[in-house]
Design a protein around this ligand. Structure first.
Ligand code: FPP
Length: 249
């Protein structure tokens, strides 16, 4: 941790927590056993992110596409979400963590909706790490929702089509108010973005690791941040322009 440059930390890290199923199957266990152990990694990484000084952490917990998994796995995951969120809220609250949920939450079972509402309300006044859980989320769903909102504003005469700019679109997204992630981590050796924050990841550094999510711990997060800090972020500029800018800071 002492090798981290505290002045160049990513403000926002997004993680695709992949490999729970394979981790469990490799141990001859049911897939849900993997999800259950994945919660330990969530706890460890949330704690580590807060300690390191990351301001925003987004975790992809359940995608729109995950609804098509076997019914028993979906039901198991839903009750794991409800149990975990209800159980962890007091400790998250004590640690000044503010919870947010993004996704098509209307599709969730009633008890899950209630648990999320309560967690959001309880932690609303906190000022530490902002923990964003993407649940029943997909980027295409989010973009369509946003476009519909903007189209409605145009229809009502509140907005001209030519006034639609990045700022309006960003504000209409589920992530409105959060800065774009600077670092996206995906575990378990898959090299895809899988319908996750497609618009927001435009300039993110992508980091892939073979480690399965249930094995991912603070040291792995630090490794990913160190890798991020070793990269030159150019935003379409030349390396020379970036270096001159840095020297003038
Ligand atoms: C992907 O692994 C993981 C999921 C679909 C579920 C992730 C959920 C948790 C870790 C629980 C988190 C809980 C809270 C409250 C945030 P996979 O099943 O796709 O693994 P595979 O690719 O090996 O099959």
């Amino acid at each position: 941790m002492e090798n981290l440059d505290s002045k160049r930390l990513p403000k926002h890290i997004a993680i695709i927590m992949d490999g729970n199923g394979r981790w469990a199957q490799e141990k001859g266990q049911d897939r849900l056993y993997g999800h259950f152990h994945g919660v330990e990694s969530v706890r460890n990484i949330v704690e580590a992110a807060a300690e390191i000084g990351i301001k925003y952490l987004t975790l992809y917990a359940f995608s729109t596409e995950n609804w098509d998994r076997p019914a028993a796995e979906v039901a198991g995951l839903m009750s794991l979400f409800v149990d975990t969120i209800s159980k962890e809220v007091p400790s998250l609250h004590k640690n000044n963590i503010k919870l947010h949920f993004i996704g098509n939450l209307a599709l969730l079972p009633e008890d899950a909706k209630k648990a999320l509402e309560k967690a959001t309300e309880t932690t609303a006044g906190n000022t530490g790490l902002e923990l964003i859980i993407a649940l029943s989320y997909s980027s295409r769903w989010e973009l369509i929702e946003a476009i519909q909102k903007l189209a409605q504003q145009v229809k009502e005469g509140l907005l001209l089509p030519e006034d639609i700019k990045e700022a309006n679109l960003s504000a209409a997204l589920a992530t409105s108010g959060f800065p774009d992630p600077e670092l996206m981590i995906r575990t378990s050796g898959e090299y895809r973005i899988s319908n996750f924050l497609l618009y927001q990841l435009a300039y993110a550094e992508l980091y892939f690791t073979e480690t399965r999510w249930p094995d991912f711990r603070k040291k792995d997060l630090i490794e990913a941040i160190l890798d991020f800090q070793s990269r030159e972020r150019r935003f379409g500029k030349t390396g020379q322009q970036v270096q001159t800018n840095d020297e003038n800071k």
